[in-house]
Design a protein around this ligand. Sequence first.
Ligand code: NAP
Length: 634
Amino acid sequence: MTLLDTPAAPVDADRLAAALEHANIPTLVVVLHQLTGDRRWLAAPYRPQRGRGMDDNASGGLPDDVQGQIRAAALEAVLAWSHGRPAAVPAPRGDALVELLEVAQGEPVPPEFEPMLAELLGFAPAPEHGQVAGAAGFSALVVGAGVSGMLAALRLRALGVTVTVLEKNDDVGGTWLENRYPGAGVDTPSHLYSYSFFDHDWATYFGRQPEVEQYLRDFADANDLRGLVRFGTEVASSGWDDAAQEWVVTTTTGETFRANAVVSAVGQLNRPRVPVIEGMESFSGRVFHSALWPDDVDLAGRRVVAIGTGASAMQIVPAVVDDVAHLTVFQRSPQWVAPNSDIFRRFPDEAHWLMRTVPLYRDWYRARLAWTFNDKVHRSLQRDPAWTEPARSVNAENDAHRRVFTRYLEAELADRPDLLAKCLPGYPPFGKRMLLDNGWFAALRREHVDLVAEEVLRFTPSGVESAGAHVDADVVILCTGFQAHEFLGPWQVRGRSGRTVREQWGPDDATAYLGVTVPDLPNFFMLIGPNTALGHGGSMITIAEFQAEYVVRLVERMLGEGITSVEPRAEVAREYTERVDAAHGAMIWTHPGMTNWYRNPAGRVVSTLPWRIVDYREMIREPDLGDFLVRRAD
Ligand code: NAP
């Protein structure tokens, strides 16, 4: 709800007073200022303190009596607004807006964040794309009906383009449909990990998989998207027909489709990486990958082995530990784990009610999350060439993070020096994807849990074996991640030249201009393509929204100017990739001493974005047709 909206009815004073007890104070302070215009709320004693860590900073670090004054003033201001008093500062821009975020966060905010912030809060006009004449004659095939595929379908349909979505599963949701393991959930706060234009009252701060899956179903239904989707349809190959200026797309069952454009929305973490381990077929128990969790598996009273210690294992282990008779975790490399006091926090109904009722409250709440989670950590991931402790960290700030996480680890495992020695990573924090502690250390401490810091070498009929251990097991869970470097998976895409994109890229070295378009592939648009996953923070939905907007603007230009195809110029794409590589060369993920799924076997980072989100937004804002080979209708 914006400050310019008129409420349908005056707000109930008692309900508001009760709900304000659950308000996030830094969020409330800026709303209060906008409602009243009173600058008193922006200064001491009301100005919130900077939050520590990544939690919500709910109290703003302010004493109870000051919080009480803020709540009382907010009660009066919201009631007055709901009775018709216009907001004093409805849509600040420029320095005034930056100042409000600085107040809400208790720290300086660089001015370049202003445009993104203004858009997030609805103070900048949202880009509008109405129906374009002749659009119905232009067809787009979207591959995948997950987070980004549904977004692309919605946005292209709004132009009037004829859209068909091909989805290999029988429902929408993509990764959130497939990853159904116990404990699955997001580790970016859900109010940020959601579409900017489709609100939801999240039950928990970090949404769990069933709720995320339902959210995505609701998104499909609310936007009437299911009718566009061909479920149970997996794409096998595509070839560009240059004479017709069309893609010919063939499914695994041999069905073919023709379309002017193809949008790949297949995700980066789509294909489970099932390791080839000697003897696996001889194992008499059950073995499965975390992303292929069987419906009928019952772990109660079982001897369970988990292989891997990434984000999936981090969620599975604490979720199943109470059920199993015995659990052994095989750890090839230790992980950095950060504390977060909000990890199990539920949102009370009053907080939801505030978000629905108090104007701008939800938007400011999200804006604060965007600031905290998007780019704040980016600077600390730059390698300091003068840094002399590369085995510990990459710069002074990264070293400070190391000390914080080490102290946390030592406190969690104080009584278990055996675990402490195994769990302390010998590489800088953030070198692999940072994990949030959701009960991981508590689970490892349990008596019926063992941590074996060795790689599994082979299966035997009764269990698994490493160099120093044999563990009998009834169930082995492969938490071994995804084929993250093989972009587009088994989908064979043949470009204008007749070469496949795999021939262009090689097996694991995908590149794309701005992560979206690829030379030799006219009208082929990738969402969350190469180097656009997020390793430093933020929500991939934000990136998908930027990219969908870019594609929509490109298609709009094509339709308006009689363009039949666009394809990035090879030199533009090459120069972009050089910039990506140079940026990554100065960042942590190319640092020696650890592996991560961002980097291919040759050491090139292919998955993650090297820039801040705010910088990438500027790069991808407006397509420049000069970057493309453009073919027009004769
Ligand atoms: P991952 O981070 O790639 O972790 C895979 C784990 O398996 C690592 O510990 C790896 O060890 C180990 N491993 C791989 N192959 C092995 C082998 N042959 N033998 C022994 N160990 C092996 O995979 P993930 O945990 O599925 O997570 C992947 C990504 O998915 C995450 O980084 C995240 O982006 C996303 N995800 C997010 C969430 C969330 O939001 N909460 C949850 C799950 C997944 P090494 O470290 O030594 O390679």
